[in-house]
Design a binder for this molecule. Structure first.
Ligand code: SF4
Ligand code: SF4
Length: 339
């Protein structure tokens, strides 16, 4: 019996796991975001996480509404915000005029968002995964900060009125985290969930330092009386797509999973269709978030529709195919999503 079937057997009669779709904190590809939101909401994700910008939120809500109307699904909307500089809030750039004509264009081949062409990098499509940056033999590609959540957060919250927010933080940034928590508290926006993503990135800290940092943030957020989600990131970004990337998050979960604050524990960062295979059958977390991988498997379908200036749901047969693919990704985590 393979691990997926074992998990389904084990879960019989129990509730679903929590699943989130990450569209990307700096991803502004509104056509793709609308399609992705419709596909994954119809397949049964609980929340869709997008950049804190109105046009992007509008696109995601269009997709969510479509899935509600056609499939009766109810899906929450989360926006990503940050308490400091964070790699989730960046984009890449280069000057195409400097590229030699005979370059084999490794940057273009490595980009999971198909954001690179002869024109350089298409800003809207780039979500800052960083994979292209080291691919250029001439070091022409650089990154720049692109944080939509920094533009007047209190007003953004009032305008968007999200169901949930995810705060990106780092172990050493407790003060800035407190400030963001205060803004949320004083915003009078009724949040159904607050999620915390605290990177171990580049900090040379140990998993137990991360666990301590999450407990410190729990002290701050517990007075909000909002259900909390602790996002464990196996990799700094979800942009690493090989089959084995899910191992890193499983290692992190196994090392600190038993010492985390009250709330829902969700895996992210490198998660993909293989992640569940690395988990012990008796030690599954509460949920999972899929980012780049979820987007990548839909890319050809979405690009076909967008190339014709249409939404994927203008092509019912292709939309059905996309929803089936999404359900397959969710199957080990969602009971009955193949119904
Ligand atoms: S590889 Fe990543 S960082 Fe580079 S252009 Fe593509 S999405 Fe942006
Ligand atoms: S790899 Fe570097 S030189 Fe080649 S096309 Fe990309 S940015 Fe230009």
């Amino acid at each position: 019996m393979n691990s997926e079937i074992k998990l389904l057997e084990k879960n019989k009669g129990k509730s679903d796991k929590w699943v989130k779709l990450i569209c990307g904190a700096s991803n502004e590809d509104i056509f793709a975001i609308e399609d992705l939101s419709a596909i994954y909401a119809a397949a049964g994700v609980d929340y869709i996480d997008v950049a804190a910008e109105q046009s992007i939120v509008r696109a995601a809500r269009n997709g969510i509404r479509w899935a509600e109307k056609e499939y009766g699904k109810s899906t929450g909307l989360m926006i990503s915000i940050s308490d400091g500089k964070d790699i989730h809030f960046r984009k890449a750039k280069f000057d195409p005029l400097l590229c030699p004509p005979d370059c084999l264009r490794p940057c273009e081949r490595i980009c999971p968002a198909n954001a690179i062409g002869n024109y350089g990098i298409e800003k809207n499509k780039c979500y800052g995964c960083g994979r292209c940056i080291n691919s250029c033999p001439l070091n022409l590609i650089s990154e720049y900060e692109y944080d939509l959540s920094k533009i007047n957060l209190p007003e953004t919250l009032q305008t968007i009125k999200p169901d949930a927010v995810e705060i990106h933080t780092e172990i050493s940034r407790l003060g800035p985290f407190k400030e963001i928590a205060n803004i949320l508290k004083n915003s009078n926006v009724k949040l159904k969930k607050i999620s915390v993503s605290c990177g171990l990135n580049k900090s040379k800290k140990k998993p137990e330092d991360l666990s301590n940092a999450l407990w410190e943030r729990y002290e701050i957020l517990s007075e909000h009386n909002v259900p909390l989600i602790w996002q464990l990131d196996g990799r700094p970004m979800s942009g690493d797509l090989s089959a084995t990337t899910g191992r890193d998050i499983v290692k992190l979960w196994e090392s600190i999973g038993s010492n985390l604050p009250p709330g829902l524990i969700q895996l992210a960062g490198g998660t993909n269709g293989n992640t569940h295979e690395f988990l012990k059958i008796n030690n599954f977390p509460d949920g999972i978030a899929f980012g780049s991988y979820a987007r990548k498997i839909m890319q050809p379908l979405i690009e076909f529709a967008n190339g014709n200036n249409k939404k994927l749901y203008d092509y019912p047969e292709k939309m059905l195919l996309a929803i089936e693919k999404a359900k397959n990704l969710l199957k080990p985590w969602k009971l009955g999503c193949d119904k």
